[in-house]
Structure formats: structure tokens, C-alpha cells
Design a protein around this ligand. Structure first.
Ligand code: IMP
Length: 205
């Protein structure tokens, strides 16, 4: 998607039939595990490495035969992630935001879904058996939510990766809105991302 603007769900659903709808979800689960006996992981948050070498959230185009966006997203998840995604259903309450791209007539809907750690582990374990594995999906990754002593390792380094579309912004916004990261931390991370992009000559936003 190129130039996008936020749009309310009702407005998005009222767009003409020439518009195509994309749906993505951030799957996450509370995680009591501790790294190196000192760093509480708190949550497991899933993203995936796409065919184009960028990180994104699982999902995709919802076809007109689906009864709802959530139904279409659930079908896409079965293709992308395999039958580990059949242990949960996407609900309207999991919806967060929509972004419309008037030029390409594509509107992207973003969801977050809280799973149990067992459900998330089932998704990870079954992903290599999914239709899209090794094709559109090169592997699932968990997002490190901590920063190591050097101030780089962990989430700051993770955010230096290449992300598809607005996936990096969606990740940070969702982590803040869900209370997983404090707003001050998210602001610092956003500033760091902007500096990193400037260094790479990619612009400062
Ligand atoms: P694709 O069909 O998965 O390549 O996605 C089509 C378009 O949707 C991309 O060019 C992106 O602009 C957008 N997109 C794909 N994945 C994500 C995501 O995880 N978050 C936000 N936008 C995405």
C-alpha cells in the first residue's frame, strides 16, 4: 500500500465493491518464562518473515465469499499458519484499526488476538505444515520485548529490521494500546527508529 489514511470500520465496510480488503493480526499470549534467569519475557508476540524478506503480521486478502472480515481472516490464517490457527476464532472485538489506500483501492484492517501460551505454541509447532510455509511464509518469529544492557539488543535491534507497509508502526501502537509497553518506552523506540532510518537515508519517519 502506498499513501494511506486511517478510516473508521463502518466507513471502510461501506466502500464500493471495487475495493479489496486485507486483514492482519498480531497474535500474542502472556508468557511467564524468564530469559537467562533474569529477564521476564512477559508476552510472546508473533510476526513472520515474508517471502520478500520483510517482517509482517499474518493475514492477507479476504475474498468476497467470506461472511465477514473475521471469517476471511481466519481462512487466511489457516493457509498461512496451518491448523494451529483452528484452536481460536477471530471476533469483531479483536479489531483495532483500518487504513485505506485510495490509489490502489485497498483497505487494510488490523486485529490483535490474545491467545493462551499453549495456543500460540501450537501455531508455532504446526506452521511448518501450512500450505504457505516455505513459499509466502519463511518462518514465524517472536518479538523480543526487552532491551538488553547495551541499549540495542532486544526490541531496539529487532525494530531495525525491514517491515512490510506500516507493520512496525502497528506493532508499536498495539504494544502500547494493550499496555504491554509504556508510552515513554514506545516514544524512545520511535525516535530510535527515525534516527536509524535517517542513517540509512530512508527518511526520518
Ligand atoms: P501482500 O499481499 O502480503 O504482499 O500485502 C499487500 C500489501 O499489504 C503490502 O504491500 C503492504 O502494504 C500491506 N501489508 C502486508 N502485510 C502487512 C502488515 O503486516 N501490516 C500492514 N500492512 C501490510
Amino acid at each position: 500500500m502506498s499513501k494511506t489514511s486511517k478510516i473508521a470500520l463502518a466507513e471502510a465496510l461501506a466502500l464500493g465493491s471495487n475495493w479489496r480488503h486485507l486483514c492482519y493480526v498480531m497474535l500474542y499470549a502472556p508468557n511467564p518464562e524468564v530469559l537467562f534467569d533474569r529477564i521476564p519475557l512477559r508476552y510472546a508476540v508473533l510476526m513472520y518473515m515474508r517471502f520478500d524478506g520483510r517482517l509482517g503480521f499474518p493475514g492477507g486478502f479476504v475474498n468476497g465469499h467470506s461472511s465477514s472480515l473475521e471469517d476471511g481472516l481466519s481462512k487466511e490464517l489457516l493457509n498461512k499458519l496451518g491448523d494451529g490457527a483452528s484452536t481460536f476464532t477471530m471476533a469483531p472485538t479483536d479489531y483495532r484499526t483500518s487504513l485505506a489506500d485510495a490509489k490502489s483501492e485497498v483497505v487494510a484492517h488490523f486485529y490483535t488476538k490474545c491467545l493462551t501460551l499453549e495456543q500460540l505454541q501450537a501455531v508455532e509447532a504446526r506452521a511448518p505444515l501450512a500450505n504457505d510455509y516455505g513459499l509466502e511464509v519463511l518462518g514465524l518469529v517472536r518479538v523480543p520485548l526487552y532491551s538488553l544492557h547495551d541499549g540495542v539488543g532486544g526490541l531496539p535491534a529487532f525494530l531495525e529490521n525491514s517491515f512490510i507497509g506500516v507493520a512496525r508502526e502497528q506493532l508499536l501502537e498495539a504494544l502500547q494500546d494493550l499496555g504491554i509497553l509504556a508510552p515513554e518506552i514506545v516514544s524512545l523506540l520511535k525516535e530510535r527508529v527515525a534516527r536509524h532510518k535517517q542513517l540509512l537515508g530512508l527518511g526520518g519517519t
